[in-house]
Design a protein around this ligand. Structure first.
Ligand code: DHE
Length: 541
Protein backbone atom coordinates (compact mmCIF):
# COMPACT_ATOMS: atom_id res chain seq x y z
CA UNK A 1 0.00 0.00 0.00
CA UNK A 2 2.65 2.54 0.93
CA UNK A 3 6.40 2.42 1.30
CA UNK A 4 7.09 1.26 4.82
CA UNK A 5 9.45 3.33 6.92
CA UNK A 6 12.69 1.51 6.14
CA UNK A 7 14.00 1.12 9.64
CA UNK A 8 10.61 -0.05 10.80
CA UNK A 9 10.26 -2.95 8.42
CA UNK A 10 13.85 -4.04 8.96
CA UNK A 11 13.51 -4.16 12.71
CA UNK A 12 12.43 -7.32 14.48
CA UNK A 13 9.65 -6.63 16.97
CA UNK A 14 9.05 -9.10 19.76
CA UNK A 15 5.52 -9.07 21.15
CA UNK A 16 6.88 -10.04 24.55
CA UNK A 17 9.05 -6.92 24.56
CA UNK A 18 5.99 -4.86 23.77
CA UNK A 19 3.96 -6.25 26.67
CA UNK A 20 6.88 -5.64 29.02
CA UNK A 21 6.96 -2.04 27.83
CA UNK A 22 3.53 -1.31 29.29
CA UNK A 23 3.44 -2.86 32.76
CA UNK A 24 0.20 -1.22 33.92
CA UNK A 25 -1.81 -2.07 30.84
CA UNK A 26 -3.05 -5.47 32.00
CA UNK A 27 -3.18 -8.60 29.87
CA UNK A 28 -2.44 -7.93 26.26
CA UNK A 29 -3.19 -10.93 24.03
CA UNK A 30 -0.08 -12.46 22.47
CA UNK A 31 0.75 -12.28 18.77
CA UNK A 32 3.40 -14.09 16.76
CA UNK A 33 6.26 -11.97 15.40
CA UNK A 34 4.78 -12.28 11.94
CA UNK A 35 1.30 -11.20 13.07
CA UNK A 36 2.73 -8.29 15.02
CA UNK A 37 4.78 -7.07 12.05
CA UNK A 38 1.75 -7.33 9.74
CA UNK A 39 -0.53 -5.46 12.15
CA UNK A 40 2.05 -2.76 12.82
CA UNK A 41 2.49 -2.03 9.12
CA UNK A 42 -1.21 -2.13 8.29
CA UNK A 43 -2.07 0.05 11.29
CA UNK A 44 0.43 2.66 10.09
CA UNK A 45 -1.01 2.60 6.57
CA UNK A 46 -4.73 2.42 7.25
CA UNK A 47 -5.46 3.51 10.81
CA UNK A 48 -2.81 5.98 12.02
CA UNK A 49 -4.27 8.83 9.93
CA UNK A 50 -7.34 9.00 12.18
CA UNK A 51 -6.23 7.35 15.45
CA UNK A 52 -2.62 8.59 15.58
CA UNK A 53 0.62 6.64 15.25
CA UNK A 54 0.80 6.39 19.04
CA UNK A 55 -2.99 5.77 19.09
CA UNK A 56 -3.80 8.80 21.20
CA UNK A 57 -6.85 9.56 19.03
CA UNK A 58 -7.88 12.54 16.86
CA UNK A 59 -10.47 12.06 14.10
CA UNK A 60 -10.96 8.57 15.54
CA UNK A 61 -11.00 7.69 19.26
CA UNK A 62 -7.90 6.84 21.30
CA UNK A 63 -6.85 3.18 21.02
CA UNK A 64 -4.38 2.86 23.88
CA UNK A 65 -4.44 -0.43 25.88
CA UNK A 66 -6.35 1.16 28.78
CA UNK A 67 -9.20 1.81 26.31
CA UNK A 68 -8.93 -1.31 24.16
CA UNK A 69 -8.33 -4.07 26.73
CA UNK A 70 -11.69 -3.56 28.51
CA UNK A 71 -13.43 -3.98 25.13
CA UNK A 72 -11.66 -7.22 24.28
CA UNK A 73 -10.73 -8.92 21.05
CA UNK A 74 -14.19 -9.87 19.77
CA UNK A 75 -15.81 -6.46 20.28
CA UNK A 76 -12.85 -4.66 18.71
CA UNK A 77 -12.79 -7.09 15.79
CA UNK A 78 -16.50 -6.48 15.16
CA UNK A 79 -15.92 -2.71 14.94
CA UNK A 80 -12.97 -3.16 12.59
CA UNK A 81 -15.00 -5.53 10.40
CA UNK A 82 -18.33 -3.63 10.32
CA UNK A 83 -17.33 0.02 10.86
CA UNK A 84 -19.42 2.55 12.82
CA UNK A 85 -21.90 5.28 11.84
CA UNK A 86 -19.46 7.95 13.09
CA UNK A 87 -17.02 7.32 10.29
CA UNK A 88 -14.98 4.17 11.08
CA UNK A 89 -14.69 2.34 7.74
CA UNK A 90 -16.03 -1.24 7.44
CA UNK A 91 -12.67 -2.78 6.59
CA UNK A 92 -13.97 -6.36 6.69
CA UNK A 93 -17.11 -5.73 4.65
CA UNK A 94 -15.07 -3.76 2.10
CA UNK A 95 -12.86 -6.81 1.68
CA UNK A 96 -9.64 -5.26 2.98
CA UNK A 97 -9.39 -7.60 6.01
CA UNK A 98 -10.50 -11.18 6.53
CA UNK A 99 -12.20 -12.15 9.80
CA UNK A 100 -8.88 -13.60 10.97
CA UNK A 101 -6.99 -10.41 10.12
CA UNK A 102 -9.50 -8.22 12.01
CA UNK A 103 -8.84 -10.38 15.08
CA UNK A 104 -5.07 -10.00 14.71
CA UNK A 105 -5.57 -6.22 14.48
CA UNK A 106 -7.88 -6.30 17.52
CA UNK A 107 -5.16 -8.11 19.51
CA UNK A 108 -2.48 -5.73 18.29
CA UNK A 109 -4.54 -2.78 19.53
CA UNK A 110 -4.54 -4.22 23.06
CA UNK A 111 -0.74 -4.20 23.09
CA UNK A 112 1.19 -0.99 23.67
CA UNK A 113 1.87 0.91 20.45
CA UNK A 114 5.41 0.36 19.15
CA UNK A 115 7.29 3.64 18.79
CA UNK A 116 8.02 4.45 15.14
CA UNK A 117 11.43 5.83 14.17
CA UNK A 118 12.47 9.50 14.22
CA UNK A 119 13.99 11.25 11.20
CA UNK A 120 16.91 13.69 11.29
CA UNK A 121 17.98 16.26 8.71
CA UNK A 122 20.83 14.05 7.52
CA UNK A 123 18.37 11.30 6.55
CA UNK A 124 16.15 13.80 4.75
CA UNK A 125 19.15 15.09 2.83
CA UNK A 126 20.09 11.57 1.77
CA UNK A 127 16.75 11.33 -0.07
CA UNK A 128 17.02 14.81 -1.63
CA UNK A 129 17.43 15.00 -5.43
CA UNK A 130 17.55 18.03 -7.69
CA UNK A 131 16.59 16.53 -11.04
CA UNK A 132 16.73 19.79 -12.98
CA UNK A 133 18.76 22.58 -11.32
CA UNK A 134 17.11 26.03 -11.30
CA UNK A 135 19.61 27.45 -13.84
CA UNK A 136 18.66 24.72 -16.35
CA UNK A 137 14.94 25.43 -16.15
CA UNK A 138 13.19 27.49 -18.84
CA UNK A 139 12.77 31.22 -18.21
CA UNK A 140 9.40 31.41 -19.98
CA UNK A 141 6.61 28.88 -20.62
CA UNK A 142 7.61 26.34 -23.30
CA UNK A 143 4.08 25.11 -23.89
CA UNK A 144 1.32 26.54 -26.08
CA UNK A 145 -1.27 25.26 -23.61
CA UNK A 146 -2.88 27.50 -21.00
CA UNK A 147 -0.87 26.01 -18.12
CA UNK A 148 -2.77 28.19 -15.64
CA UNK A 149 -5.82 26.08 -16.44
CA UNK A 150 -4.06 22.77 -15.70
CA UNK A 151 -5.57 20.55 -13.03
CA UNK A 152 -3.09 18.62 -10.86
CA UNK A 153 -5.05 15.47 -10.02
CA UNK A 154 -4.09 13.04 -7.25
CA UNK A 155 -4.08 9.44 -8.51
CA UNK A 156 -4.23 8.14 -4.99
CA UNK A 157 -3.35 4.46 -5.24
CA UNK A 158 -0.94 4.93 -8.16
CA UNK A 159 1.53 7.16 -6.27
CA UNK A 160 1.23 9.71 -9.06
CA UNK A 161 -0.42 12.94 -10.08
CA UNK A 162 -1.92 13.52 -13.52
CA UNK A 163 -1.55 16.98 -15.01
CA UNK A 164 -4.73 17.49 -17.06
CA UNK A 165 -5.33 20.34 -19.52
CA UNK A 166 -8.49 22.15 -18.37
CA UNK A 167 -9.22 23.31 -21.94
CA UNK A 168 -8.88 19.98 -23.79
CA UNK A 169 -9.24 17.38 -20.96
CA UNK A 170 -6.02 15.69 -22.18
CA UNK A 171 -3.67 14.13 -19.65
CA UNK A 172 -0.56 16.18 -20.45
CA UNK A 173 1.75 14.33 -18.07
CA UNK A 174 1.67 11.67 -15.36
CA UNK A 175 4.31 12.31 -12.71
CA UNK A 176 5.61 9.82 -10.12
CA UNK A 177 5.28 11.30 -6.65
CA UNK A 178 5.03 10.09 -3.08
CA UNK A 179 2.40 7.50 -2.24
CA UNK A 180 -1.27 8.53 -1.85
CA UNK A 181 -0.68 12.20 -2.51
CA UNK A 182 -2.69 14.31 -0.11
CA UNK A 183 -2.57 17.82 -1.48
CA UNK A 184 -0.90 19.97 -4.12
CA UNK A 185 -0.14 23.63 -3.51
CA UNK A 186 1.26 26.07 -6.06
CA UNK A 187 4.15 28.53 -6.12
CA UNK A 188 3.13 32.22 -6.05
CA UNK A 189 3.42 32.44 -9.86
CA UNK A 190 1.70 29.08 -10.33
CA UNK A 191 4.66 27.79 -12.29
CA UNK A 192 5.58 25.05 -9.79
CA UNK A 193 3.32 22.46 -8.18
CA UNK A 194 4.42 21.17 -4.77
CA UNK A 195 2.95 17.71 -4.26
CA UNK A 196 3.03 16.01 -0.85
CA UNK A 197 2.64 12.24 -0.48
CA UNK A 198 1.20 10.57 2.59
CA UNK A 199 4.64 8.93 2.91
CA UNK A 200 6.28 12.34 3.48
CA UNK A 201 7.76 12.54 -0.02
CA UNK A 202 7.57 15.99 -1.57
CA UNK A 203 7.79 16.40 -5.36
CA UNK A 204 8.19 19.70 -7.20
CA UNK A 205 6.76 19.80 -10.73
CA UNK A 206 7.62 22.48 -13.30
CA UNK A 207 4.55 23.35 -15.40
CA UNK A 208 6.46 25.57 -17.83
CA UNK A 209 8.26 22.74 -19.66
CA UNK A 210 6.49 21.38 -22.72
CA UNK A 211 5.51 18.34 -20.72
CA UNK A 212 5.31 19.06 -16.98
CA UNK A 213 8.40 17.56 -15.32
CA UNK A 214 9.50 16.73 -11.81
CA UNK A 215 12.48 18.99 -11.01
CA UNK A 216 13.20 18.06 -7.37
CA UNK A 217 12.15 15.59 -4.67
CA UNK A 218 12.85 14.82 -1.02
CA UNK A 219 11.38 12.78 1.85
CA UNK A 220 11.12 14.70 5.12
CA UNK A 221 8.97 12.34 7.22
CA UNK A 222 7.14 8.99 7.12
CA UNK A 223 3.65 10.41 7.27
CA UNK A 224 2.60 13.88 6.03
CA UNK A 225 -0.45 15.80 4.86
CA UNK A 226 0.50 19.41 4.12
CA UNK A 227 2.83 21.65 2.16
CA UNK A 228 2.94 25.40 1.55
CA UNK A 229 5.38 27.97 0.15
CA UNK A 230 6.39 31.41 1.45
CA UNK A 231 4.21 34.13 -0.08
CA UNK A 232 5.06 37.41 1.64
CA UNK A 233 6.32 40.17 -0.69
CA UNK A 234 6.44 43.59 0.98
CA UNK A 235 8.47 46.08 2.99
CA UNK A 236 10.29 43.32 4.86
CA UNK A 237 11.51 41.72 1.64
CA UNK A 238 10.36 39.48 -1.19
CA UNK A 239 9.92 35.93 0.07
CA UNK A 240 7.77 34.68 -2.83
CA UNK A 241 8.60 30.97 -3.22
CA UNK A 242 11.86 31.38 -1.33
CA UNK A 243 10.95 28.64 1.13
CA UNK A 244 8.61 25.67 1.33
CA UNK A 245 7.24 24.10 4.52
CA UNK A 246 6.08 20.50 4.91
CA UNK A 247 3.80 19.53 7.81
CA UNK A 248 4.26 16.01 9.16
CA UNK A 249 2.10 13.57 11.11
CA UNK A 250 5.08 11.37 11.97
CA UNK A 251 7.58 12.36 13.21
CA UNK A 252 5.52 15.27 14.60
CA UNK A 253 7.45 18.17 13.10
CA UNK A 254 7.52 20.64 10.25
CA UNK A 255 10.46 21.13 7.93
CA UNK A 256 11.60 24.27 6.13
CA UNK A 257 13.12 23.73 2.68
CA UNK A 258 14.58 25.84 -0.10
CA UNK A 259 11.63 26.75 -2.34
CA UNK A 260 13.56 26.31 -5.59
CA UNK A 261 15.52 23.12 -4.91
CA UNK A 262 13.68 21.48 -1.97
CA UNK A 263 16.90 21.27 0.03
CA UNK A 264 15.66 20.76 3.62
CA UNK A 265 17.49 22.82 6.24
CA UNK A 266 15.42 23.34 9.38
CA UNK A 267 13.34 20.88 11.41
CA UNK A 268 10.99 22.14 14.15
CA UNK A 269 9.31 19.67 16.51
CA UNK A 270 5.65 20.23 17.38
CA UNK A 271 5.77 18.06 20.51
CA UNK A 272 4.47 20.17 23.37
CA UNK A 273 1.56 20.63 25.76
CA UNK A 274 -2.18 20.67 25.05
CA UNK A 275 -3.48 24.25 25.17
CA UNK A 276 -6.32 23.56 27.60
CA UNK A 277 -5.07 20.99 30.14
CA UNK A 278 -1.36 21.69 29.61
CA UNK A 279 -0.55 17.99 29.36
CA UNK A 280 2.45 16.72 27.42
CA UNK A 281 1.51 15.25 24.05
CA UNK A 282 4.12 13.07 22.30
CA UNK A 283 2.48 13.24 18.86
CA UNK A 284 0.95 16.62 17.99
CA UNK A 285 0.57 16.32 14.23
CA UNK A 286 0.81 19.14 11.74
CA UNK A 287 -2.48 19.57 9.87
CA UNK A 288 -3.09 22.43 7.42
CA UNK A 289 -0.50 25.12 6.66
CA UNK A 290 -1.22 28.43 4.89
CA UNK A 291 1.04 31.37 4.06
CA UNK A 292 0.12 34.89 5.15
CA UNK A 293 0.45 37.74 2.66
CA UNK A 294 0.54 40.33 5.48
CA UNK A 295 3.71 39.09 7.16
CA UNK A 296 6.52 36.61 6.44
CA UNK A 297 4.53 33.98 8.32
CA UNK A 298 3.02 30.56 7.99
CA UNK A 299 -0.10 29.66 9.91
CA UNK A 300 0.64 26.12 11.09
CA UNK A 301 -2.20 24.19 12.70
CA UNK A 302 -1.06 21.69 15.31
CA UNK A 303 -3.82 19.14 15.62
CA UNK A 304 -3.65 17.51 19.04
CA UNK A 305 -2.41 20.43 21.15
CA UNK A 306 -5.05 22.75 19.65
CA UNK A 307 -2.44 25.45 19.07
CA UNK A 308 -2.22 27.55 15.93
CA UNK A 309 1.42 28.50 15.41
CA UNK A 310 2.28 31.71 13.59
CA UNK A 311 5.76 30.88 12.36
CA UNK A 312 7.81 33.84 11.18
CA UNK A 313 10.27 32.65 8.52
CA UNK A 314 12.14 35.95 7.93
CA UNK A 315 15.14 34.32 9.63
CA UNK A 316 14.22 30.69 8.98
CA UNK A 317 17.06 29.09 10.94
CA UNK A 318 15.95 31.07 13.99
CA UNK A 319 12.19 31.24 13.48
CA UNK A 320 9.95 33.03 15.97
CA UNK A 321 6.70 31.30 16.80
CA UNK A 322 3.57 32.79 18.33
CA UNK A 323 1.35 30.05 19.75
CA UNK A 324 -2.35 30.86 19.66
CA UNK A 325 -4.68 28.85 21.89
CA UNK A 326 -7.59 27.65 19.74
CA UNK A 327 -9.26 24.22 20.01
CA UNK A 328 -8.11 20.62 19.81
CA UNK A 329 -7.88 18.52 16.68
CA UNK A 330 -7.24 21.28 14.18
CA UNK A 331 -7.54 19.91 10.67
CA UNK A 332 -8.36 21.63 7.35
CA UNK A 333 -9.48 25.12 6.42
CA UNK A 334 -9.36 28.08 4.06
CA UNK A 335 -9.23 31.85 3.78
CA UNK A 336 -12.25 34.14 3.80
CA UNK A 337 -12.80 36.11 0.56
CA UNK A 338 -10.59 39.01 1.72
CA UNK A 339 -7.73 36.59 2.63
CA UNK A 340 -7.30 38.28 5.99
CA UNK A 341 -9.00 35.58 8.07
CA UNK A 342 -8.13 31.89 8.05
CA UNK A 343 -10.96 29.56 9.14
CA UNK A 344 -9.85 26.13 10.33
CA UNK A 345 -11.89 23.16 11.54
CA UNK A 346 -11.18 21.76 15.00
CA UNK A 347 -12.97 18.66 13.85
CA UNK A 348 -13.54 16.56 16.95
CA UNK A 349 -14.28 19.71 19.00
CA UNK A 350 -17.09 20.68 16.59
CA UNK A 351 -15.68 24.15 16.16
CA UNK A 352 -14.25 26.46 13.53
CA UNK A 353 -11.35 28.62 14.74
CA UNK A 354 -10.85 31.98 13.01
CA UNK A 355 -7.35 33.49 12.88
CA UNK A 356 -6.80 37.13 11.97
CA UNK A 357 -3.60 37.08 9.89
CA UNK A 358 -3.23 40.86 10.03
CA UNK A 359 -3.50 41.23 13.80
CA UNK A 360 -1.92 37.84 14.49
CA UNK A 361 -4.57 36.64 16.93
CA UNK A 362 -7.62 34.43 17.32
CA UNK A 363 -10.69 36.34 16.06
CA UNK A 364 -13.31 33.77 17.15
CA UNK A 365 -14.24 30.17 17.90
CA UNK A 366 -17.53 29.21 16.28
CA UNK A 367 -19.59 26.16 17.33
CA UNK A 368 -20.75 23.87 14.51
CA UNK A 369 -22.58 20.53 14.15
CA UNK A 370 -20.56 17.30 14.47
CA UNK A 371 -17.15 17.12 12.79
CA UNK A 372 -16.83 20.07 10.42
CA UNK A 373 -14.76 19.17 7.34
CA UNK A 374 -14.49 22.13 4.95
CA UNK A 375 -11.53 21.27 2.72
CA UNK A 376 -10.82 24.93 2.10
CA UNK A 377 -14.51 25.89 2.47
CA UNK A 378 -16.67 28.09 0.22
CA UNK A 379 -16.92 31.90 0.14
CA UNK A 380 -20.13 33.51 -1.13
CA UNK A 381 -22.60 36.28 -0.35
CA UNK A 382 -25.71 35.20 1.55
CA UNK A 383 -28.84 37.19 0.54
CA UNK A 384 -29.66 37.83 4.21
CA UNK A 385 -26.31 37.80 6.05
CA UNK A 386 -23.79 39.16 3.55
CA UNK A 387 -20.34 37.59 2.97
CA UNK A 388 -20.08 34.09 4.52
CA UNK A 389 -17.72 31.10 4.48
CA UNK A 390 -19.32 27.66 4.56
CA UNK A 391 -18.32 24.20 5.72
CA UNK A 392 -20.00 20.81 5.48
CA UNK A 393 -19.68 18.07 8.12
CA UNK A 394 -18.72 14.43 8.49
CA UNK A 395 -21.02 13.76 11.44
CA UNK A 396 -24.18 15.56 10.31
CA UNK A 397 -25.98 16.29 7.03
CA UNK A 398 -25.61 20.06 7.19
CA UNK A 399 -23.83 23.00 5.62
CA UNK A 400 -23.07 25.77 8.10
CA UNK A 401 -22.34 29.31 6.91
CA UNK A 402 -20.35 31.72 9.08
CA UNK A 403 -20.45 35.50 8.64
CA UNK A 404 -17.01 36.85 7.61
CA UNK A 405 -17.56 40.60 7.30
CA UNK A 406 -17.08 42.20 10.75
CA UNK A 407 -17.14 45.71 9.30
CA UNK A 408 -20.07 45.55 6.85
CA UNK A 409 -22.17 42.96 8.73
CA UNK A 410 -21.07 43.07 12.39
CA UNK A 411 -24.17 41.22 13.65
CA UNK A 412 -23.34 38.16 11.54
CA UNK A 413 -19.57 38.18 11.95
CA UNK A 414 -18.09 34.93 13.27
CA UNK A 415 -21.52 33.46 13.95
CA UNK A 416 -23.02 30.37 12.38
CA UNK A 417 -25.80 32.33 10.69
CA UNK A 418 -27.29 29.63 8.50
CA UNK A 419 -27.70 25.85 8.42
CA UNK A 420 -28.63 24.23 5.10
CA UNK A 421 -29.73 20.60 5.58
CA UNK A 422 -28.22 17.90 3.34
CA UNK A 423 -29.70 14.46 2.59
CA UNK A 424 -26.89 12.74 4.52
CA UNK A 425 -23.71 13.08 6.58
CA UNK A 426 -20.20 12.02 5.58
CA UNK A 427 -19.40 15.14 3.60
CA UNK A 428 -15.74 15.87 2.92
CA UNK A 429 -15.74 18.87 0.62
CA UNK A 430 -17.68 21.97 -0.43
CA UNK A 431 -16.85 24.41 -3.23
CA UNK A 432 -18.03 27.50 -5.08
CA UNK A 433 -16.70 30.24 -7.36
CA UNK A 434 -17.46 33.97 -7.25
CA UNK A 435 -19.02 33.76 -10.76
CA UNK A 436 -21.26 30.82 -9.88
CA UNK A 437 -24.84 30.80 -8.64
CA UNK A 438 -24.26 27.45 -6.89
CA UNK A 439 -22.52 25.86 -3.92
CA UNK A 440 -21.46 22.25 -4.58
CA UNK A 441 -21.10 19.64 -1.83
CA UNK A 442 -20.21 15.92 -1.68
CA UNK A 443 -21.07 13.17 0.85
CA UNK A 444 -18.11 10.95 -0.03
CA UNK A 445 -17.93 9.09 3.28
CA UNK A 446 -21.65 8.41 3.70
CA UNK A 447 -22.18 4.73 4.57
CA UNK A 448 -24.95 4.44 1.96
CA UNK A 449 -23.09 3.76 -1.33
CA UNK A 450 -25.70 5.72 -3.32
CA UNK A 451 -25.26 8.84 -1.19
CA UNK A 452 -21.48 8.41 -1.26
CA UNK A 453 -21.59 8.91 -5.03
CA UNK A 454 -24.10 11.75 -4.85
CA UNK A 455 -23.38 15.48 -5.08
CA UNK A 456 -25.79 18.30 -4.22
CA UNK A 457 -25.96 21.93 -5.23
CA UNK A 458 -27.45 24.78 -3.20
CA UNK A 459 -28.61 27.96 -4.96
CA UNK A 460 -27.02 31.08 -3.47
CA UNK A 461 -30.35 32.85 -4.07
CA UNK A 462 -32.22 30.33 -1.86
CA UNK A 463 -29.76 28.79 0.62
CA UNK A 464 -32.49 27.39 2.91
CA UNK A 465 -32.48 24.02 1.07
CA UNK A 466 -30.61 21.99 -1.51
CA UNK A 467 -31.65 22.76 -5.07
CA UNK A 468 -30.74 19.39 -6.60
CA UNK A 469 -28.85 16.17 -5.76
CA UNK A 470 -27.80 13.37 -8.13
CA UNK A 471 -25.51 10.35 -8.43
CA UNK A 472 -22.55 11.14 -10.65
CA UNK A 473 -21.53 7.51 -11.39
CA UNK A 474 -22.73 3.94 -10.91
CA UNK A 475 -19.76 3.02 -8.67
CA UNK A 476 -17.22 4.61 -6.30
CA UNK A 477 -17.49 7.79 -4.29
CA UNK A 478 -18.04 11.34 -5.56
CA UNK A 479 -15.26 13.34 -3.94
CA UNK A 480 -13.82 16.86 -4.13
CA UNK A 481 -15.05 19.51 -6.56
CA UNK A 482 -12.84 22.02 -8.37
CA UNK A 483 -13.61 24.82 -10.83
CA UNK A 484 -11.73 25.55 -14.03
CA UNK A 485 -9.88 28.85 -14.37
CA UNK A 486 -12.84 30.62 -16.00
CA UNK A 487 -15.25 29.45 -13.29
CA UNK A 488 -17.57 27.88 -15.87
CA UNK A 489 -17.00 24.16 -15.20
CA UNK A 490 -16.92 21.96 -12.11
CA UNK A 491 -14.76 18.84 -12.05
CA UNK A 492 -15.66 16.02 -9.64
CA UNK A 493 -13.68 12.83 -8.96
CA UNK A 494 -15.22 9.40 -8.99
CA UNK A 495 -12.97 7.67 -6.47
CA UNK A 496 -13.05 4.04 -7.57
CA UNK A 497 -11.23 0.84 -6.67
CA UNK A 498 -7.73 0.40 -8.13
CA UNK A 499 -8.22 -3.38 -8.28
CA UNK A 500 -11.43 -3.31 -10.34
CA UNK A 501 -10.80 -2.77 -14.07
CA UNK A 502 -13.37 -0.34 -15.50
CA UNK A 503 -14.13 1.02 -12.03
CA UNK A 504 -10.78 2.52 -11.05
CA UNK A 505 -12.15 6.03 -11.35
CA UNK A 506 -12.75 9.01 -13.59
CA UNK A 507 -13.47 12.72 -13.51
CA UNK A 508 -16.90 14.05 -14.43
CA UNK A 509 -16.98 17.60 -15.83
CA UNK A 510 -20.16 19.66 -15.37
CA UNK A 511 -21.25 22.89 -17.01
CA UNK A 512 -21.71 25.09 -13.96
CA UNK A 513 -24.49 27.26 -15.38
CA UNK A 514 -26.76 24.39 -16.50
CA UNK A 515 -25.55 21.62 -14.15
CA UNK A 516 -25.39 19.37 -17.25
CA UNK A 517 -22.64 16.79 -17.68
CA UNK A 518 -20.15 17.97 -20.28
CA UNK A 519 -17.41 15.34 -20.37
CA UNK A 520 -15.81 12.37 -18.63
CA UNK A 521 -12.08 11.86 -18.29
CA UNK A 522 -11.98 8.06 -17.99
CA UNK A 523 -9.58 5.38 -16.71
CA UNK A 524 -7.88 7.33 -13.95
CA UNK A 525 -6.50 5.33 -10.98
CA UNK A 526 -8.43 6.43 -7.88
CA UNK A 527 -8.55 10.20 -8.50
CA UNK A 528 -9.27 12.24 -5.33
CA UNK A 529 -8.08 15.86 -4.88
CA UNK A 530 -7.80 18.15 -7.93
CA UNK A 531 -6.11 21.51 -7.89
CA UNK A 532 -6.65 24.01 -10.69
CA UNK A 533 -3.47 26.07 -10.98
CA UNK A 534 -5.13 29.49 -11.25
CA UNK A 535 -7.72 28.88 -8.52
CA UNK A 536 -5.15 27.41 -6.13
CA UNK A 537 -2.76 30.34 -6.62
CA UNK A 538 -5.55 32.86 -6.05
CA UNK A 539 -7.37 30.92 -3.30
CA UNK A 540 -10.63 30.89 -5.23
CA UNK A 541 -13.14 28.70 -3.42
FE1 DHE B 1 -7.28 14.63 3.82
C1 DHE B 1 -6.79 17.95 3.04
C2 DHE B 1 -5.63 15.06 6.74
C3 DHE B 1 -8.32 11.52 4.81
C4 DHE B 1 -8.30 13.96 0.66
N1 DHE B 1 -6.39 16.22 4.74
C5 DHE B 1 -6.30 17.52 4.25
C6 DHE B 1 -5.61 18.34 5.20
C7 DHE B 1 -5.27 17.52 6.25
C8 DHE B 1 -5.76 16.19 5.95
C9 DHE B 1 -4.52 17.90 7.49
C10 DHE B 1 -5.31 19.84 5.07
C11 DHE B 1 -4.03 20.10 4.33
C12 DHE B 1 -3.78 21.57 4.05
O1 DHE B 1 -4.71 22.28 3.63
O2 DHE B 1 -2.64 22.04 4.25
N2 DHE B 1 -7.06 13.48 5.51
C13 DHE B 1 -6.33 13.86 6.59
C14 DHE B 1 -6.38 12.81 7.59
O3 DHE B 1 -5.74 12.79 8.68
C15 DHE B 1 -7.39 11.83 7.19
C16 DHE B 1 -8.66 12.04 8.00
C17 DHE B 1 -7.05 10.35 7.41
C18 DHE B 1 -5.82 9.84 6.72
O4 DHE B 1 -5.45 8.71 7.00
O5 DHE B 1 -5.23 10.53 5.91
C19 DHE B 1 -7.60 12.25 5.73
N3 DHE B 1 -8.18 13.00 2.90
C20 DHE B 1 -8.50 11.84 3.48
C21 DHE B 1 -9.07 10.92 2.52
O6 DHE B 1 -9.45 9.73 2.75
C22 DHE B 1 -9.14 11.62 1.21
C23 DHE B 1 -10.60 11.82 0.79
C24 DHE B 1 -8.46 10.85 0.09
C25 DHE B 1 -7.01 10.54 0.34
O7 DHE B 1 -6.26 10.75 -0.57
O8 DHE B 1 -6.63 10.08 1.39
C26 DHE B 1 -8.48 12.94 1.57
N4 DHE B 1 -7.52 15.75 2.16
C27 DHE B 1 -7.92 15.27 0.94
C28 DHE B 1 -7.93 16.37 -0.01
C29 DHE B 1 -7.51 17.53 0.66
C30 DHE B 1 -7.25 17.10 2.03
C31 DHE B 1 -8.36 16.25 -1.48
C32 DHE B 1 -7.35 18.94 0.10
C33 DHE B 1 -8.66 19.65 -0.02
C34 DHE B 1 -8.52 21.03 -0.62
O9 DHE B 1 -9.36 21.37 -1.46
O10 DHE B 1 -7.60 21.76 -0.24
Amino acid sequence: LMNPPQEESDKEEKPTQISEAQPAAGNAPALSDEEFAWAKQVYFERCAGCHGTLRKGATGPALTPDKTQPKGTLALAAIIFNGTPRGMPDWGKQGFFTQEQTEIMAKFLQNAPPAPPEMALEQMKASWKVLVPPEQRPTSPQTQRDWENYFIVTLRDAGQVAVIDGDTYEVVSTVDTGYAVHITRMSASGRYAYVIGRDGKLAMVDLWTEKPTKVAEVQVCYDARSVEVSKYNGELGNFSDKYAAVGCYWPPHFVILDGQTLEPFKVVSTRSYTFDTEEYHPEPRVASIVASTYKPEWIINVKETGLIWLVNYADPNNPTIKMIEAARFLHDGGWDATKRYFLVAANQSNKIAVVDALEGKLAALVDTPAVPHPGRGANWVDPEFGPVWSTSHLGEGAIVSIGTDPEGHPDSAWKAVRVTPLPGAGSLFIKTHPNSQWIWVDMALNSDPALARTVCVVAKSDPTRVHKCWEIAAYGRAVHMEYNKQGTEVWISVWGDASKPGETGEIVVYDDATLQEKARIPNLITPTGKFNVYNTVHDIY
